[in-house]
Design a binder for this molecule. Structure first.
Ligand SMILES: Cc1ncc(COP(=O)(O)O)c(C=O)c1O
Length: 309
């Protein structure tokens, strides 16, 4: 696979050529995971590139920085401004945007507060995360043997680098077992989420999703799917659920910036419903992709359009 790259990247206040964005191997974050990050998409719309819910992503980044005690060098407005400028510099019509704030190089004490705060915003071309036919035909997943981190241990609601060892365990195990993704239960054995996706379960026409208290990241795509589903007239409930709900479900879908809205067609080799994308999943997808890609009215003001000179 070709290395992800672009022509330019923003680092510590400047837009510089991609290959110049370097760090020392004694960078604190490399050793202890002392970083916070976001994953944001810029979609190609008929009116040019548009950042999807950028402000909400940067508000979450500031929350992650607060929890990790890594002060954000920029405000939400400044992060948005930098993101627009990097997209423009790279002339990208659609992109994955990766802001990262991390403890840099000074000393190796575990308390990294004596290390400088470094930051980047990268924008790179990127396609469908779970494969192109996943959006229509769905993916096969397993319940992970790994639990999501408990909230009295780490901070599942924050995107902190070191915490993503948990997600790596979940997705690597799933792929080694022949699945596309894993679903982790929380410390109490209730359904939590995928390695980088929130989960929705549809049963008898009602849409359920685990609450924040089930060790999930409060996903921005999750919030978007809930907004769309309610607007379509469906009942949406945040409910703590046991594993067997996965086997009882008529439909299941994942949401995430990377996964977008992806149907799940089997769990633990048992088909979900009739093993095909269900009608409610399709209806939510159509509204979502209509707004982000096909120029449907942006009724919730989710898009920030970017002018490419
Ligand atoms: C652990 C985890 N859960 C869920 C999500 C989905 O969140 P969002 O829709 O904001 O991308 C992500 C991605 O950021 C994630 O890393």
């Amino acid at each position: 696979m070709a290395k992800m790259r672009a022509d330019f990247i923003w680092m510590n206040g400047e837009i510089i050529p991609w290959d110049q964005a370097q760090v020392h191997v004694f960078t604190h974050a490399l050793h202890y995971g002392s970083s916070t990050f976001e994953g944001i998409r810029a979609y190609e719309t008929p009116d040019g590139p548009a950042i999807f819910r950028g402000r909400e992503h940067y508000e979450r980044l500031l929350f992650s920085c607060k929890v990790a005690r890594i002060p954000s060098p920029l405000t939400v407005d400044e992060w948005m401004d930098v993101t627009i400028r990097v997209l423009q510099a790279n002339k990208l019509r659609s992109a994955y945007v990766r802001p990262l704030v991390f403890r840099g190089y000074n000393t190796l004490g575990v308390d990294g507060r004596g290390c400088p705060v470094d930051a980047i915003v990268a924008t790179v071309p990127w396609g469908r995360y779970l494969g192109t036919d996943a959006i229509e035909n769905g993916i096969d997943v397993q319940v992970s043997s790994w639990r999501r981190m408990a909230p009295n241990m780490l901070s599942p609601m924050a995107k902190i680098g070191g915490q993503y060892v948990s997600s790596q365990n979940i997705v690597i195990e799933a792929k080694d077992n022949g699945f596309s993704e894993g679903i982790a239960l929380d410390g109490n054995g209730q359904i939590s989420e995928g390695s980088g996706e929130n989960i929705f379960i549809i049963h008898k026409g009602v849409i359920y999703t685990p609450p924040l208290s089930s060790s999930i990241l409060g996903g921005i795509t999750r919030d978007s799917a809930m907004t769309i589903a309610k607007d379509l007239g469906y009942e949406v409930k945040e409910a703590s659920m046991s594993r067997e709900m996965l086997y009882l479900a008529d439909e299941i879908f994942f949401t995430g910036t990377a996964a977008e809205i992806t149907p799940v067609r089997s769990v633990d080799r048992m088909p979900v419903g009739d093993g095909k994308r269900g009608p409610i999943t399709k209806a939510v997808q159509e509204v979502f992709f209509g707004i982000v890609e096909d120029g449907a009215p942006d009724k919730w003001n989710w898009l920030t359009h970017v002018k490419l000179g």
